[in-house]
Each structure stands twice: as C-alpha cells, then as structure tokens.
Design a protein around this ligand. Structure first.
Ligand code: NDP
Length: 327
C-alpha cells in the first residue's frame, strides 16, 4: 500500500473546511488508494481551536480507512512541516466598514507569514492552492514570500468559476455537464473573470455555434457566472461553501492525478503567456500530467476577449500594486 502524504489545510474549522476535510479524508482528492495525514491550521483564538477540536472528533468518528493521522495546529511553522499539499482556505473576511486596502493588508500579513513558513518547512515539491480571497493576490504574496520553492508550486483557485461556467452552458444547451470540453476561464477569481466558451465543444460540436447568441454571452452568461457567489449569499444567507470545497478538490485532484488531455482552469504564475506580465497569478486553461500543469497555448484572442482579459488583468495588477510595499 502507498505511503501516506501530508495535506495541510488552513481555516480548517471554517465553513469551507467543514465541506472539504471529509472528502479529502475519504480519498476523493488524491485517490481511493492514497492514505493521507491531515495537518490542520486554525488561528490561536480559543473559540477557533475548540471548533477545530470538534471537527477532528467528527473526522475520527468517520473511521476513514485512508486517514492515517490528524494534527491540530495554531502555528504555520508546524502545520506546514513536510507537507506535500497545502490548501490555504483561511483568510480575513471583509468586516463592516473595512476598506479594501485594510482587507488587502490583513491578508498580505497572513499570506506573507504562511509563504515564509512553507518556504522554511514544507516539502520542496509542495503543491499549494489558495482558496481564501482575494485568492490570486494571496497566492502571489505566498509565492513571493517563498523564494526557495519553485514559483510554479503556487496556484489560485479559478476552478469554481470554471465549474459555474460549465454548469450554465449545460443548462443553456440541454447537454450533460460532463461532456463539455475545452472551456477556459481567464484572469482573477472575481466578477471580472472571463469565462470563454469560444473553443468549447460538446460531443465534438462547437458550443459557440450551438448557442449562437453573442448577446446571451455578454448580457446573461458572463454576469451570471461573475455574480454567482453574490447570488448564493442572497439566497442562502451564507456564502457558498460546499461548491468552493468541491472546486478545491477538483483542482488538487486534477493537478496531482492528471486530466488525460482535458482542459481545466487554474490560477498560475504567468511566464508571459498571452501577453500577461510575468509572475501575475492568472487564470489560464491548462492540461495536467505527472503532477505538472501546462498552459494551453496558441488560442486566438479576438477583440472582445482581449478587452475582457485586459479588464481582469488590470484589476489584478491593481491588487498586486496595493500590496507591493508590504512584501
Ligand atoms: P469560509 O470557509 O466560508 O471561507 C474561507 C475563505 O475562502 C474566505 O476568504 C472566502 O472568501 C474564500 N472563498 C473563496 N471562494 C469562495 C466561495 N466561492 N465561497 C465562499 N468563500 C470563498 O470562511 P469561514 O469564516 O467559515 O472560515 C474561515 C476560517 O479561517 C475561520 O475558522 C478562521 O478562524 C480561519 N482563519 C484561519 C487562518 C489561519 O489558518 N491562519 C487565517 C484567517 C482565518 P470571502 O471572504 O470573499 O467569502
């Protein structure tokens, strides 16, 4: 049987954590033959640590055959020790009256500390996924704070946007979501993301031709995907958690186990592809194999797509400029 791998999760007692940990422990992320050791991080605050104890009791009570160990931590330097996978979920939510710059600064603080800790103690092959918002910029900060780790090991979650886009296309075309291929989401995990189905196919047929409605693309599809998080908060009174956790599982599973040629979306540090400045943490269509992702290159970018890409890129550059002095 396989040797257990170490999976660190931050914000482990939060909403997303609660929808995430049980699925990692049951083998849905890394495979039904891969034992895992969970290294869970929460803030030192007594309430958070107590909540984490409760979650751990429930994990124990599931008696998951693949769960080879569970650890509770309040310090990233111990939580990230030798970790092979790190899911950075915990982040500072926007409080009442909090300015955007305060939010960026509070998160810059968290992700600088965590980046440094990963740099110091994690496996040199650690795969890092940032879920906590602003996810792309938080991932950028962690990457910049970990100069001894390969930059490519740091990623941000765009998969929820990708899955939301796929689900809207399935509903519009009346086809199965599982049959959609070659969907791409560009840019920031924010309402400015650009979900792009120009190259998408279902059963080999062009989705764009099937829908054949540019007005729907611009006035219904893009706003629906972009504002989906807000729509869920309005309906549920709470932010989406299960779908965010599901996207995190999809992202890590595909990165670790491969997509067999299928396109998925990951937020990754640019090396200049598609004119995005180097190091910007940007959503790109990728395929994965043997634990490595590869950008789908050579796609033509038409005028409308370029406009959308510029908009989401400018937002990201603004966020990154807003934290530069803190790095
Ligand atoms: P959630 O578990 O609901 O959310 C955690 C983070 O994920 C938030 O930043 C949230 O962003 C983000 N997120 C990304 N995508 C989505 C999505 N689609 N839907 C909802 N959220 C999304 O928050 P909780 O408050 O329940 O839990 C956070 C936990 O993190 C707390 O227990 C807290 O103590 C902990 N924490 C831990 C830290 C650490 O380990 N060092 C640091 C900071 C907090 P958004 O705010 O935009 O909703």
């Amino acid at each position: 049987s396989k040797k257990p791998v170490r999976v660190a999760v931050t914000g482990a007692a939060g909403q997303i954590g609660y929808a995430l940990l049980f699925r990692i422990a049951s083998g849905e992320m890394l495979g039904k033959d891969q034992p895992v050791i969970l290294q869970l991080l929460e803030i030192p605050d007594e309430k958070a640590q107590n909540a984490l104890k409760g979650v751990i009791m429930e994990l124990e009570d599931c008696a998951f055959p693949l769960l080879a160990g569970i650890e509770a931590h309040s310090d990233p330097m111990t939580a990230f020790k030798d970790t092979d996978f790190a899911l950075l979920v915990g982040a500072r939510p926007r409080g009442p009256g909090m300015e955007r710059s305060d939010l960026l600064a509070a998160n810059a603080q968290i992700f600088t500390v965590q980046g440094k800790a990963l740099n110091a103690v994690a496996s040199r092959n650690v795969k890092v996924l940032v879920v906590g918002n602003p996810a792309n910029t938080n991932a950028y900060i962690a990457m910049k704070s970990a100069p001894d780790l390969p930059a490519k090991n740091f990623t941000a979650m765009l998969r929820l946007d990708h899955n939301r886009a796929a689900s809207q296309i399935a509903a519009k075309t009346g086809k199965a979501v599982a049959d959609i291929e070659k969907l791409a989401v560009w840019g920031n995990h924010s309402p400015t993301m650009y979900a792009d189905y120009r190259y998408a196919t279902i059963g080999g047929q062009s989705v764009k031709a099937m829908i054949n409605d540019e007005q729907w693309n611009r006035e219904v599809f893009l706003p629906t995907v972009g504002k989906r998080g807000a729509a869920i908060i309005a309906a549920r009174g709470l932010s989406s958690a299960a779908s965010a956790a599901n996207a995190a599982i999809d992202h890590m599973r595909d990165w670790a186990l491969g997509t067999n040629g299928k396109w998925v979306t990951m937020g990754i540090p640019s090396k200049g592809e598609y004119g995005i400045p180097a190091e910007v943490m940007f959503g790109y269509p990728v395929t994965t194999e043997n634990g490595e992702y590869k950008i789908v290159e050579g796609l033509e970018i038409d005028a409308f797509s370029q406009e959308c890409i510029n908009k989401t890129l400018n937002e990201l550059l603004e966020e990154q400029n807003g934290v530069k002095h803190l790095l």
